[in-house]
Design a binder for this molecule. Structure first.
Ligand code: AMP
Length: 302
């Protein structure tokens, strides 16, 4: 089963109270793919500039990520994002977002990417998400993420994209912002009315909650790790584990499948926060993920 993801491919600069890095491989699609490739062949769609070198491709290919649909834009610069974390690591400020090569990007998917049966529209301009969604005509399950930046600047386009998906995976505060509803349960119900069958609210260190159109609810706590280094991309890594599990799953995807998939997402995300960027996942084995899922199973029934 194959998986296609579109989203940002980025260089990130991050500052935390205990250290900083000025050039980390990042971006929503990258964090996602480094996790999802543990479970299913993953193809990344998106543009990069001249500054994206063989070292960056190597990191992705070492994880088995298929990079054929990464488009090199000659003379261009890769998407850049900078953020600063507070002492409470759940709080961060965005210092800079430079879309660069994403500004004029028109996704043209290869036949193999279009043929994916599971598709993730990771955080990026919602028009681009929709262009990819429309090219993947045979997809049996499509999920998406977004963030406050797009909720504010591209609201109409975002609603259109959401209506074409099966599952919305969003931070709790962004879900409330999207629906203009301060109560999370009501916000999730409103979001379900936009089209998706499932809504997953990501709640940082508190875990994640699933709401289904049938009125089912499920909550899972984050994996209790004490070694938090830097959390950028934890949400994308969660989505990567979740969607990778679904892509590897044969048969119908229902609430029960999503519960188990959320446990895999939770385990993957816990590794992401234990290092800068996705570094902790570069050499990770599937057995380490499975061990954390087994621990989670002792804590929560799924
Ligand atoms: P997260 O910590 O899950 O919110 O994801 C952070 C990642 O999203 C970073 O690697 C950034 O490069 C990327 N990112 C930040 N802002 C945006 C944006 N406006 N659109 C797409 N990706 C973004």
């Amino acid at each position: 089963m194959t998986l296609t993801v579109v989203g940002s491919i980025a260089f990130d600069a991050v500052e935390t109270p205990s250290g900083s890095r000025d050039r980390l491989l990042g971006g929503s699609a990258v964090h996602f793919a480094i996790a999802s490739s543990q479970f299913a062949e993953t193809r990344v769609v998106g543009p990069v500039g001249d500054d994206f070198g063989e070292g960056e491709y190597e990191i992705l290919r070492n994880r088995g990520v298929v990079t054929d649909d990464i488009e090199h834009v000659p003379g261009g610069k890769t998407f850049f994002w900078a953020g600063r974390y507070h002492r409470d690591i759940n709080q961060r400020d965005t210092l800079q977002t430079d879309l660069n090569v994403f500004q004029d990007f028109e996704p043209k998917l290869s036949e193999a990417s279009r043929a994916a049966d599971v598709v993730f529209l990771a955080n990026i301009q919602p028009d681009l998400q929709r262009e990819v969604r429309e090219q993947c005509t045979g997809a049996r399950f499509v999920a998406m993420d977004t963030m406050n930046f797009w909720i504010e600047s591209a609201h109409g386009s975002l609603l259109q994209t959401i209506s074409l998906t099966d599952c919305l995976v969003l931070n709790d505060s962004e879900l409330e912002q999207l629906t203009d509803e301060p109560n999370l349960t009501r916000a999730a119900r409103k979001a379900l009315e936009l089209g998706p069958r499932f809504v997953i609210a990501k709640q940082g260190e508190y875990g994640a909650a699933l709401y289904t159109r049938e009125g089912e609810y499920f909550g899972i706590t984050a994996y209790p790790t004490a070694d938090i280094v830097e959390p950028t991309g934890a949400g994308d890594t969660f989505a990567g584990g979740l969607m990778g599990f679904l892509a590897a799953h044969e048969g119908e995807i229902d609430g029960g499948t999503l519960r188990r998939a959320m446990a895999y997402g939770t385990a993957c995300a816990s590794f992401n926060v234990e290092g800068f960027g996705s570094e902790r996942l570069y050499e990770l084995g599937r057995a380490e993920i499975d061990a954390r899922v087994a621990d989670l199973e002792q804590m929560t029934r799924f």
